[in-house]
Design a protein around this ligand. Structure first.
Ligand code: FAD
Length: 407
């Protein structure tokens, strides 16, 4: 009987297992997951779960029993240490070795660490895992703490909003002049900056963090010669794909693990999905690595089909969402194309109720709806069909989105 092995215990792994069984695969499936939890999704860890509004059921994909009931061997708390693609063997850190017919690498990514003085002090945290979120929640839930966030990417900004909502003093330190500029550009980053300032976050841009102070525990962050006092420091400066296993196995690694659109790596019978995969996107005809929830769940399903020999292509438009204070946002688009496009808005940017289009002069290559709902279908259609539209029509609220998408 065929044996499929999935390395990783995140969303991509969980969705791959689900899809294998949904497609009727009745062979053996083993999930090797370094964390001591069944596969789970991370978005609530910086939002509703951290705030205490959502429980574990919003995080865990299926309870542990589900795996047994579906004939899946879930080996939680066990890490894969070596992969031999030629022999089709995977070594684990409990000393066991698994043979496999197909193997999926869904190892995700890991938070980038600061290398500054004081970065290893207790009280300096990162947020990636459920355990990280539980530990952070224990410090923030009662309010009244001073938290300093280093970095204003999505995770930093979401934690800032949650921590503030819980009644903590929040300072965000950012090297760039505007938060989230790398993700959505300076103009849209300013929307998030203003949101945080309006909610009482002390957001300091264009600053240079020099180190973390404290003797046996972090008590401040040294920035531009000043010390910002802190009970807790959270470092949110991005993540790097977990590629060591692939690299040591001789699999090509280039900004993650390059795959074809069916998520096959250059090693026989080894696939990759989720944050770790740099998958060829057939529509824009280049490789894309996406560190987003939607990518992980769709890629997990595509990889499962591919493992079964079903024709499958990971060709959806990258999608992302965030919730911060009273702002909800969804964004679809191709980041490499958005980088060269011009932003056109419709709606009220100052009130934070608008749609932003990334317009390449003829077509929409990305679109973000902020506190405007039920428009993603039309926005994705505009992008997918590469419909020719003018900037004036995009701006004009009297021209319905559906009308634009149909033109
Ligand atoms: P991961 O979720 O990282 O899972 C990989 C798993 O593999 C980990 O558990 C890891 O321990 C395990 N692993 C690694 N190496 C090994 C090994 N050798 N052996 C065994 N196991 C191994 N995206 C959005 O689109 N919207 C959001 O609002 C959003 N919020 C987020 C909030 C937080 C706090 C975080 C951390 C991420 C957020 N994301 C969000 C991003 C999204 O969660 C990721 O893109 C997604 O988790 C990627 O899933 P994955 O399965 O590829 O990897």
């Amino acid at each position: 009987m065929a044996h499929f092995v999935i390395v990783g215990g995140g969303l991509a792994a969980g969705k791959a297992v689900e899809r294998l069984r949904k497609e009727g695969f009745d062979g053996d499936v083993t999930v090797v997951a370094a964390e001591h939890h069944p596969p789970y999704q991370r978005p609530p860890l910086s939002k509703g779960y951290l705030e205490g509004k959502e429980g574990l059921d919003a995080v865990i994909l299926h309870p542990s029993e589900w795996y047994g009931e579906h004939g899946v061997q879930l080996r939680s708390g066990v890490a894969a240490t070596a992969l031999d693609p030629a022999a089709h063997r995977l070594s684990l850190d409990d000393g066991s070795v698994l043979g496999y017919d197909k193997l999926l690498l869904a190892t995700g990514s890991a938070p980038r660490r600061l290398t500054l003085e004081g970065a290893d002090l207790p009280g300096v945290r990162v947020l990636r895992t459920l355990d990280d979120s539980n530990a952070l929640a224990a410090e923030l839930r009662d309010g009244g703490r001073r938290i300093v966030l280093i970095g204003s990417g999505w995770i930093g900004m979401e934690v800032a909003a949650t921590a503030k909502t819980l009644g903590n003093d929040v300072t965000v330190l950012e090297r760039d002049s505007v938060p989230l500029a790398a993700a959505v550009g300076a103009e849209m980053g300013a929307v998030f900056r203003d949101l945080h300032l309006a909610n009482g976050v002390d957001l300091r841009a264009s600053v240079d963090v020099q180190g973390i102070t404290g003797s046996d525990r972090a008590d401040g962050v040294r920035v531009d010669g000043e010390i910002v006092p802190a009970d807790l420091v959270l470092v949110g400066i991005g993540a790097t794909p977990n590629t060591a296993l692939a690299e040591e196995a001789g699999i090509t690694v280039r900004n993650g693990i390059p795959t074809d659109s069916a998520l096959r790596t250059d090693a026989p019978d080894v696939l990759a999905a989720g944050d770790v995969a740099n998958a060829y996107h057939p529509v824009i005809q280049r490789h894309l690595r996406s560190e987003h929830w939607d990518n992980a769940q769709k890629a997990g399903a595509v990889a499962a089909k591919s493992m079964l020999g079903i024709r499958a292509s990971h060709d959806s438009i990258p999608y992302f969402y965030t919730d911060q204070f009273d702002l909800g946002m969804e964004l679809s688009g191709y980041a490499p194309l958005m980088a060269d496009a011009r932003i056109v808005t419709r709606g009220d940017v100052a009130r934070r109720e608008f749609i932003a289009f990334w317009h390449d002069g003829a077509r929409v290559v990305g679109a973000m709806n902020v506190n405007v709902w039920d428009v993603q279908g039309a926005l994705k259609k505009l992008i997918r069909d590469a419909t020719r539209v003018t900037a004036d029509d995009l701006r004009d609220e009297s021209v319905a989105l559906e009308q634009l998408a149909a033109s």
